[in-house]
Design a protein around this ligand. Structure first.
Ligand SMILES: Nc1ncnc2c1ncn2[C@@H]1O[C@H](COP(=O)(O)OP(=O)(O)OP(=O)(O)O)[C@@H](O)[C@H]1O
Ligand SMILES: [Mg+2]
Length: 312
């Protein structure tokens, strides 16, 4: 039984190797050596697209249980698993599960299902937004899934994890479990960007300069044209900025008008005390630190912030 709708996705660029890793892990799971794969990468790098494509390629009849976390101020307890349980076709004993359930009951239900049936794929998306209960389920699955026929795929953004983010602690806890594998999803190379740009007759140099290979930025740019910042990109960047304190906001704004990078001396001269908030900017994923100082991870996000400073 397949739960996820099979979609006719467009060709994915430069994803043969990660797809091969997922298929290999599925083969292991089908042979009774369950795996848990941590699929990580920056926002928009293509985690969901990769996992959806993999699920589309699974043998007909494979059961895929798919649930995700949402960007809520108060995360829904066990949100991804309730989503799975609520799916009318899931064949998952949802009646037994609710926000009141204990993490070990959820994990036990999934493990039981993985142990007694044909290969099972469980996808838990966006755990950077997970509640503690969901992270506990992931911990339990990481430790116990090896003796089942389950492939558990967990995705998360790794560009906005502050040092004390609960997911960091969970990742540390599961890192030594034998069933756990990592699958970092990388931005596209310049050639990859060229392939996408060619399809739409866009300028490759501009697309590469503005996006640094982030497929979300590339596809939005190609859809809206390079003349201005796409509204979707602006919203993403400004939503992230809205979570920063006033001093970190000042650092990001100053960096946006000093391309390509703001060095330590200039940062202090322009921002004064606020320069101390640079770590918050780095942890948010908006800025990165390099030889020349701090800079935006993507030129397009810099342009979005700079544009937001301009009088309308
Ligand atoms: N390898 C690829 N080739 C072509 N287009 C891609 C590729 N990967 C992703 N895309 C496109 O980029 C956009 C963002 O992809 P996706 O939603 O999978 O990113 P994500 O990493 O899941 O982002 P988020 O962190 O926001 O969940 C989508 O429009 C998708 O079609
Ligand atoms: Mg996604």
């Amino acid at each position: 039984m397949t739960i996820v709708e099979r979609s006719a996705t467009d060709a994915l660029v430069e994803r043969d190797e990660p797809l091969a890793q997922l298929h290999k892990a599925f083969g292991d799971a089908a042979a009774g050596r369950g795996r848990l794969i941590l699929v990580s990468g920056e926002a928009g790098v293509g985690k969901t697209s990769l996992v959806r494509r993999f699920c589309d390629e699974l043998p007909a009849g494979t059961t895929v249980l798919w649930g995700g976390c949402d960007a809520l101020a108060t995360p829904r307890p066990l949100g991804p698993f309730l989503e799975i349980a609520e799916s009318s076709h899931a064949g998952f004993p949802g009646a037994a599960l609710g926000p009141w359930s204990a993490s070990h009951d959820v994990a036990a239900t999934l493990l039981e299902r993985g142990a007694c049936r044909e290969a099972l794929v469980v996808v838990v998306e966006d755990v950077h937004w997970a509640d503690e209960g969901t992270l506990d389920v992931v911990r339990l699955l990481a430790r116990k899934t090896e003796s089942t026929s389950s492939l558990v795929i967990v995705t998360y953004r790794d560009d906005e994890l502050a040092r004390d983010h609960p997911l960091r602690i969970a990742l540390g806890d599961v890192s030594t479990a034998a069933a756990v594998e990592r699958l970092p999803v990388r931005p596209l190379s310049r050639d990859g960007v060229a392939r996408l740009a060619d399809q739409l007759g866009a300028n490759v140099d501009t697309a590469w300069h503005l996006t640094s290979g982030n497929p979300f930025y590339v596809t939005e740019l190609l859809a809206y044209g390079a003349g201005h910042v796409p509204a979707t990109v602006r919203d993403l960047v400004l939503a992230r900025m809205a979570q920063l304190g006033p001093q970190a906001t000042a650092v990001v704004e100053a960096t946006s008008i000093a391309p390509p990078a703001l060095d330590a001396g200039l940062l202090l001269a322009v921002c004064g005390e606020a320069a101390d908030s640079v770590d918050e900017c780095l942890a948010s994923g908006i800025l990165q630190s390099g030889e020349g100082g701090v800079s935006f991870r993507h030129e397009l996000s810099r342009a979005a912030v700079e544009e937001s400073l301009s009088p309308a």
